[in-house]
Design a protein around this ligand. Structure first.
Ligand code: 4GW
Ligand code: MN
Length: 351
């Protein structure tokens, strides 16, 4: 009898402390109280998740106390990597991206006489651009008959998109944004995961692979990677939607190389095209056309990855010691033969 009383007492003490504890917990963290019921056993979207894992790979251990590069900035203040040779392991990246089965679209514009650049562009891309992946070359042109027949590797195809040409060269350059936007929503979104949007007057001369891919990416302009904020050639007139004040700006991004997922490229090109149209309505055009609007976009929608000038170089510049590779290089243009007007718009413009 005494024993039973003792147990009833112990039980009562336990119950009181349990209630007290829970009341305190509820008072402090009301949101921590979950009402669990049979839903725990019902199905969930997580049931469909695939367990991706990497296989055994042998490579040098990353060393926390000795970064792979100390001569260049490898990370922005918003934690976007800046892609330089020596900072990544392409084997790890390839394993990850192949597992996701990614496909890549590359957009190029060959309007009027710029069709002459297509052959070298595609031939060199076949050697160096996203080798081993599914690649669609989207060639926008007004001269379909001038696009040469080029034999492509397995999983790679050429898609010719006939588009109108504009009289003013500035408009030819700027309207790329509108066409990329429209085709992103109508076509690209159904065909590829990522888009890479580049100038056509270029050649690949070294590997460009999945290390460049990210949600959204921009590229450091080879003429301005070391420049001060105030000397960036952003649009400085307040009346323009591309306006950037002299006390703002991270980098000067090149108009001839950006990309990301199709959705992100859609948002970017939609912004740039709309901003251009607003300016057009106000009779103003940004100083470096599409490049100025792109720089405005990236200032307030920070890219999640940034490509170093290895990915966009012009041999008119003296190659600095930190430049270990020149992967994508401007093809010298004969301005009088190629362009309708003498207009200096090269990467070497500030030289
Ligand atoms: C001046 O007479 C011109 S024509 C300036 C650009 C022109 C142009 C540009 C063109 O007649 N046809 C054309 O397809 N484009 C596209 O716009 C082409 O994809 C080219 O790579 C891109 C940007 O022009 P760009 O390469 O001449 O610009 P920069 O010198 O800044 O790389
Ligand atoms: Mn160019």
């Amino acid at each position: 009898m005494v024993c039973a009383k003792k147990w009833i007492f112990v039980l009562a003490v336990l119950m009181v402390s349990f209630c007290w504890y829970n009341m305190r917990r509820m008072a402090l963290h009301p949101s921590l109280v979950f009402h669990c019921n049979s839903q725990l056993t019902s199905s969930s979207q997580f049931d469909l998740l695939k367990q991706d894992f990497l296989h055994r790979m042998l490579y040098e251990k990353p060393n926390v106390l000795s970064p792979p590069r100390s001569d260049v900035l490898m990370m922005t203040p918003w934690f976007a990597p800046i892609v330089w040779n020596g900072t990544y392991n392409i084997d790890i990246l390839n394993t990850q991206f192949h597992q996701k089965n990614v496909s890549i679209g590359i957009t190029i514009f060959a309007i009027k006489k710029y069709t002459v650049f297509i052959k070298t562009f595609i031939e060199t891309a076949e050697k160096f651009f996203m080798v081993g992946y599914e690649v669609n070359y989207y060639v926008f042109t007004d001269r379909v008959g001038d696009i040469p027949n080029i034999t492509l590797g397995e999983g790679r195809q050429l898609v010719i998109l006939e588009v109108p040409s504009y009289n003013r060269w500035q408009e030819v350059s700027m309207r790329r944004m509108e066409m990329i936007r429209d085709h992103s929503r109508q076509r690209f979104v159904n065909e590829v995961d990522y888009l890479v949007c580049v100038d056509v007057d270029m050649r690949f001369s070294d590997d460009v692979g999945v290390e460049i891919l990210s949600h959204s990416f921009g590229t450091l302009h080879p003429g301005y990677y070391a420049a001060s904020r105030t000397s960036f050639t952003y649009e400085r007139r307040q009346q323009s939607t591309a306006y950037i004040p002299t006390d703002e700006g991270d980098f000067y991004y090149a108009g001839g190389y950006f990309g990301g997922t199709v959705e992100e490229v859609y948002k970017l090109s939609n912004f740039c095209h709309n901003a251009m149209m607003t300016d057009k309505g106000n009779n103003i055009e940004a100083i470096w056309q599409d490049e100025s609007y792109l720089n405005k976009y990236f200032l307030y929608h920070k890219p999640t990855k940034i490509l170093s000038p290895e990915y966009l170089w012009d041999n008119n510049y003296e190659a600095p010691a930190f430049l270990k590779r020149r992967r994508f290089v401007a093809v010298p243009k004969n301005h009088d033969a190629i362009r309708n007007k003498r207009a200096l718009r090269d990467y070497s413009r500030n030289k």
